[in-house]
Design a protein around this ligand. Structure first.
Ligand SMILES: [Zn+2]
Length: 148
């Protein structure tokens, strides 16, 4: 079980950037190709921008060409909730943070193996932390920059 982070709407609004607030608390979608994390190839972990829970690793990130950061598997599945979303006359699966209920994006079934899943995430819903994922003693993959 994850321990929940619960805050009021007003608290989130104060703590988050306007873009992050709109996406994570109002289930918005950032414009494609606007997130610096979309092309981020630096090794590291991706956390929920709201509560800091670890969600994804650069090890499962892939270039989906959609304009949003995409992953084929969460690094901590217990921190992710998937639920059916019927908005905009489509049946999609919404992905939220299990800890603070932040809207993160959607998951589709057209991703690469081994999972076949494509977690299509909003970059503003994630905060990136450069970390040596493959254990070779260095953070590789280009210029390491913390994006928050
Ligand atoms: Zn969260």
């Amino acid at each position: 079980m994850v321990s929940k982070v619960t805050k009021t709407d007003a608290e989130w609004k104060t703590e988050l950037s306007p873009e992050a607030y709109q996406v994570t608390r109002k289930a918005g979608t950032e414009r494609a190709f606007t997130s610096p994390l979309n092309n981020n190839k630096t090794e590291g972990i991706y956390r929920c921008v709201c509560c800091g829970s670890e969600l994804f690793s650069s090890a499962t990130k892939f270039d989906s060409g959609t304009g949003w950061p995409s992953f084929y598997a969460p690094s901590h599945p217990e921190n992710i909730l998937n639920k059916k979303d019927f908005s905009y006359f489509m049946i999609r699966t919404e992905t939220t943070c299990a800890v603070c209920d932040a809207h993160l994006g959607h998951v589709f079934n057209d991703g690469p193996q081994p999972t076949g899943k494509r977690y299509c995430m909003n970059g503003v819903a994630l905060s990136f932390e450069p970390v040596d994922i493959d254990g070779d003693g260095k953070v590789s993959g280009g210029s390491a920059q913390a994006v928050s």
